[in-house]
Design a protein around this ligand. Structure first.
Ligand code: NAD
Length: 490
């Protein structure tokens, strides 16, 4: 009998009011791991009410005390990282080292949020007129919520939650229904924190839970990460309901290779970037744009390096790439590959029909590379979110930048070159929120915002660092007059 997951509301594990259950499947084996509730409006209503009730005492707890819970949170997550990484790998499919790496990213965000007493500071101007001072303070908003995608079950809620609660908000985490077990285990471990009841809550589910969050008047701020169409829907609906929303969407990240790029580094980084996490990363390289005449044998080296990548169950030692998340995603990706070939691309490496010993029930696709990709085809324009790399050629850096700037997405773009002027031009003129120069995954550290432009992001303030602090607080401006003569009376 598989376990049915519970919500965590007001310091207790409670059953969902929804009777509909969804399967949580190990993507490497097809094995049923657990059942997760599809979610209900009542679950969110309950969590929002309890979080709202807890808010007053929590916001009145000094920031210096609130962060004591975060120091402990960091220690607990670190101490249990192997166990958490194992659950993450089983339900999400990525390799065990990849799961460990995302836990490190979560830890770094907790560390930055521990600086909240400083990050939360306002600003003060004395004597804006005679005897008049003006300043602003930052105050929390109330109950915040985050809705996360399947591909980083640990890291993504930590782009928001530690900052939100450190700022004095209470919080609801809605994990992806495809990978809810990792966050359940994290919440079990966090019971040791002894946070006041209602400060940190978790509600499971899919669309119904999300719609309940969007419609709940007690939740003024929502952080979302997921695909672009859903991000747009969440942003538009949330904003129409008067909420503050930050919604990070999908991506299609290009890597520009200049003729002078260092071959060894570039080949290694491109293959890691394209095929790490089976291409299921919003910062994965999915298009290589070769500028000018590519050095002899360069493409062959990318193909050979990709071919040597060991695909299999992420829990097995030496495996470098796991499966994709669901059978439907595997089918969708395979269809896109075929469509790309039909639209004129040359298939250099075919990961379809890969055979993994013992992985017959899994959703495996091996590294796939297509050259001469037609820029009007779906394979070029659509986010594939799988281990597929497309290669195209341009005559100049200008042309490469123009192509990138025409994309609907603007998450990240990278360039490989030894030429400082080319790198500078690329950095200045490329319309994406994250830029990598001789770097394949331009993932901002926790003390920088996770930027993203165009249809890769809807909103103003991003996740992580001071952006998360600004998002989860509102500024109150105070103008004061204290006459000397009043003081002298006492
Ligand atoms: P998804 O959009 O399917 O789901 C994300 C969340 O939205 C889940 O919690 C899900 O329950 C909910 N959801 C799904 N459909 C919904 C609907 N119709 N209405 C309301 N809620 C809905 O995304 P996914 O497949 O879980 O994750 C992969 C996507 O996330 C990719 O597009 C990837 O690029 C993106 N992503 C972006 C970033 C970033 O920082 N920009 C980071 C990670 C992942």
């Amino acid at each position: 009998m598989s376990q049915t997951l519970k919500n965590y509301i007001n310091g207790k594990w409670v059953e969902s009011k929804s009777s509909q259950l969804l399967d949580v499947i190990n993507p490497a084996t097809g094995q049923l791991l657990a059942k997760v509730p599809a979610g209900s409006e009542e679950d969110i209503k309950d969590a929002a009410e309890k979080a709202h009730n807890a808010w007053s005492a929590w916001r009145n707890t000094p920031a210096t005390q609130r962060i004591q819970y975060l120091f402990k949170m960091k220690q607990l997550l670190e101490a249990h990282s192997d166990e958490i990484a194992e659950i993450c790998t089983r339900e999400c499919g990525k390799t065990f080292p990849e799961s460990k790496a995302e836990i490190t990213r979560a830890l770094e965000n907790i560390e930055v949020a521990c600086g909240i007493p400083k990050l939360l500071q306002g600003d003060f101007s004395e004597d804006i007129a005679t005897g008049v001072d003006e300043f602003y303070i930052r105050q929390p908003l109330g109950v915040g919520a985050c809705i996360s995608p399947f591909n980083f079950p640990v890291m993504i809620p930590f782009w928001f939650m530690p900052y939100a609660i450190a700022c004095g908000n209470t919080y609801i985490v809605k994990p992806s229904e495809k990978v809810p077990m990792t966050m359940v285990r994290i919440f079990e471990i966090f019971e040791e924190l002894k946070l006041p009841d209602g400060v940190l809550n978790m509600v499971h589910g899919g669309r119904e839970t999300v719609d309940a969050i969007l419609g709940n008047p007690m939740i003024p701020a929502i952080s979302f990460v997921g695909s672009t169409n859903v991000a747009k829907y969440i942003y538009q609906t949330g904003v129409a309901n008067g909420k503050r929303v930050q919604a990070q969407g999908g991506a299609k990240n290009p890597v520009v290779v200049m003729p002078d790029a260092d071959e060894e580094t570039t080949v290694k980084i491109i293959t890691d970037s394209a095929f790490g996490c089976a291409g299921q990363r919003c910062l994965a390289a999915s298009i290589v744009i070769m500028v000018g005449k590519s050095p002899a044998g360069f493409i062959d080296k990318i193909v050979n390096t990709a071919k040597s990548r060991k695909t299999g169950n992420g829990m097995s030692a030496g495996i470098e790439m796991g499966p994709v998340i669901t059978k439907e995603n595997k089918e969708r990706i395979e269809k896109l590959i075929q469509k790309g070939i039909d639209d004129g691309a040359r298939l250099l490496l075919d990961g379809r029909n890969i055979k993994i010993p013992g992985g017959e029930g899994g959703n495996f696709i091996g590294p796939t590379i297509l050259d001469n990709v037609n820029i009007e085809s779906d394979i070029y324009k659509t986010e594939i979110f799988g281990p597929v790399l497309c290669i195209i050629n341009t005559d100049s850096l200008e042309e490469a930048i123009n192509l990138i700037n025409r994309s609907r997405y603007g998450n990240s773009a990278c360039i490989f070159t030894r030429n400082g002027a080319a790198a500078r031009k690329f950095r200045r003129e490329t319309v994406t929120g994250n830029i990598g120069i001789n770097i394949g995954i331009a993932a901002p550290m926790a003390f920088f915002p996770f930027s993203g432009w165009k249809e890769s992001f809807f909103g103003d303030l991003h996740g992580q660092s001071n952006h998360a602090v600004e998002f989860y607080t509102q500024t109150k401006v105070v103008i004061e007059r204290w006459h000397d003569e009043w003081t002298r009376k006492f």
